[in-house]
Design a protein around this ligand. Structure first.
Ligand code: IDP
Length: 160
């Protein structure tokens, strides 16, 4: 491609956001959606799903051997979640900044304006997910949107 690297920062990026079961059951979905749109993201796709144990194991494969995994599975299967593809320039890092630290208890102390401070409870029940890198975002988006991105599909800007 002849595209100059100086323009790379202007390219839109996608990230995967999830409103976890505590966020949905606590009725935080509309507040979270409002924050998302007011922060300049567009919501490209969204759907609600009730994950089963196998779905959680596949989504959180990197954590499947950790001691907290059974508890994480119980939490993530406890009710429906809202899955969203968010798009904007720098979407991955900006969404992580908006949600705040993993531990919602810490978030309430150090990042009081973050989403996890607003609706999370502790290290596990933290009400939202955000992809931690561009690579994770691509994997997580293809995990939930297989029809849009079948096996082997390369994610391209504005492909959706
Ligand atoms: P992240 O969601 O901020 O990227 P990860 O370390 O990838 O954090 O962990 C995934 C999810 O697993 C967390 O959001 C949280 O719900 C849960 N979790 C992470 N670490 C612990 C822990 O030590 N105990 C219980 N649950 C945890």
């Amino acid at each position: 491609s002849s595209r100059s690297s100086a323009n790379a920062y202007l390219e839109k990026e996608r990230t995967l956001a999830i409103v976890k079961p505590d966020g949905v059951s606590g009725n935080y979905t509309s507040s979270i959606r409002k924050i998302i749109l007011e922060s300049g993201f567009s919501i490209q796709r969204e759907f609600t799903v009730h994950l089963d144990e196998d779905g959680v194991r596949r989504f959180y494969a990197e954590h499947s051997t950790k001691s907290f995994f059974p508890s994480l599975t119980k939490y993530m299967t406890s009710g429906p979640v809202l899955i969203m593809i968010l798009q904007k320039v720098n979407a991955v890092a900006d969404w992580r900044a908006l949600i705040g630290p993993t531990d919602a208890r810490k978030a309430k102390m150090t990042h009081p304006n973050s989403i996890r401070a607003m609706c999370g409870e502790d290290l596990e029940r933290n009400c939202v997910h955000g992809s931690d890198s561009v690579e994770s975002a691509a994997r997580e988006i293809s995990f939930f949107f297989k029809e849009a991105f079948p096996e082997g599909t390369t994610l391209e800007h504005d492909e959706l």
